[in-house]
Design a binder for this molecule. Sequence first.
Ligand SMILES: C[S@@+](CC[C@H](N)C(=O)[O-])C[C@H]1O[C@@H](n2cnc3c(N)ncnc32)[C@H](O)[C@@H]1O
Length: 353
Amino acid sequence: MTDASVAAVATFDEEQALDIRERQIAVLGSWRQIGHAILVVSELGVADHLVAGPRTAEELAEATEADADALRRVLRCVATVGVFAERTDGRFELTPLAEGLRADRIGGLRPMVLFSAAAFTRLPYAEIMHSVRTGEPAFDQVFGMSFYQYLEANPEVNRFFEGFMAHWSRRLADRFAGELAPERFGRIADVGGGNGYFLSKMLQRHSTGTGVLLDLPTVVADAEPVLKEHGVTERVTVVAGDFFTDPLPAGCDAYILKSIIHNWPDERCLAILRRVRETIGDTDARLIMIDQIVPPLNQWDHSKIIDLDMLVLFGGKERNLREWQQLLTAGGFELANEPAARGWALLEARPVR
Ligand SMILES: C[S@@+](CC[C@H](N)C(=O)[O-])C[C@H]1O[C@@H](n2cnc3c(N)ncnc32)[C@H](O)[C@@H]1O
């Protein structure tokens, strides 16, 4: 190879590389178009309509009650990032990425896309700068009330949120049941336990155990069918209450806080932990938290993305292991297990006397 041709190749490679970098930035910077297009195909359930095989935009439009030309353009857009593929015969087909949008995938991402796209989670992002400048939730700025006050005032939205949390619980209940080992405990309190899905799953594995489900009134109002479906109604006491102000259930052997702590800033978390610690008193009851642990440096972890929801919607945060340990110590607990290094983890703590 002559010097000139080496230089030519180098220039060509550089240009290609630049092109790819520019394309990546174009994709990242085009989140509005791409994100909305992914929302559209998720809401229309396009992936489900392709399970039986490739279909044209016209066929998909008919099945989903959409305009064929508009839908084709949306599909063409998401195909640029690998969600569906456009074939030479004009039909669209599933890709590995699009598989994750199928409604029948328990671990799939469709509920997360729909959650991210819903107005009550999406609109506050228009004011993300407020959160970044002040550390306060943009949600309150946009809606004039906190996230959970808004859910209390909007039962439909609340039910949607409960369904979304149950989706996460389905992903996490089996994964953590072994580590949680509910059969160790006679009586289990799930504090902020939502509609009771997770507690029900734990009690199904522990036929002699009993439980207490505490959450806000509008939330526990939806618990009965969930407890009934799991056959645990008789063993669960349902308490409508506020974990900041109402007494926590006394006399339990374990206090679960699942996806609770990450919703709150440190001082509110401490208030919750100290209330649990007070309730535990001199007993050997355990505190069990299921939440995310942020790994160091540049490691990919979903917690680093969800963390922005915690900031913008709640004024909460995802925490690294050191931050978790600081919270536990200040709350009167010490870690009693070795939690996963990153992502969803179970943190078990014993009271310090
Ligand atoms: C992120 S959800 C987690 C629900 C459930 N633990 C789960 O993992 O599916 C947070 C829960 O905390 C409840 N919550 C928020 N503020 C509360 C309060 N002050 N008192 C009691 N529950 C509260 C919400 O209603 C909601 O069910």
